[in-house]
Design a protein around this ligand. Sequence first.
Ligand code: MD3
Ligand code: FE
Length: 225
Amino acid sequence: MRKGHAGDTVDLPPGLRHLPGHLDARTRRLLLAEVMARVERAGWFQPVMPKSGRPFSVRMCNFGRLGWISDVRGYRYSATHPDSGRPWPSIPAPLLELWRELAAYPHPPECCLVNHYRPGARLGLHQDRDEEELAAPILSVSLGCAAWFRIGGLRRRDPARRLLLEPGDVLIMGGPSRLIYHGIDRILPGTGEPVPGEGRINLTLRRVTRPAPAQSSPPRRWSVE
Ligand code: MD3
Ligand code: FE
């Protein structure tokens, strides 16, 4: 669907797929309910910048075996919530299904990072490179209000363009796009559909570790028996 502005797919860097409105309203509602039930159980945490300790304007939670966290010691993946020390809730099944359908990667995601943008929150230009497995894409799902997404290139100073992300949009960043600089300039409160606590919820599915190479069966003559 053409939107008649800088968000047109023709402008997108190779390896980045934008699927506007991929999730219908009913699917978004069911997914949001599964997400919020887990977040209520685990609790949000407030990431802070390494060294400075300055808080992000976005609050976060994670699902899956590994969660992305940031504190004064740095960015990393952790098996437990930084406040409670408990393991993260499981990744909702509809998200695992979406990954199977769209990721073109043979192993499941290990992390679903949940970002909550309240009015005024933003996310500065950055690369996602804390994952060991860069062959896997990152898959993102937008819920709640719309937001202006900024997409640059592989170097911080490369020219950037904006893309409007709306509820139900799916973005897949793989191959040559996996390490591009990106961020959220601002959200558009009051657009889209309400989420608890207002604003916008973004889910990103990530493969963190490199899977062990598949074991081929040994030559017959080496088998015991
Ligand atoms: C392009 N989140 O969590 S999702 C993040 O809307 C993050 O909350 C934004 O950037 C958000 O790290 C953007 C889209 C996205 C996510 C990861 C990418 C785009 C990406 C990784 C590489 C290139
Ligand atoms: Fe990112």
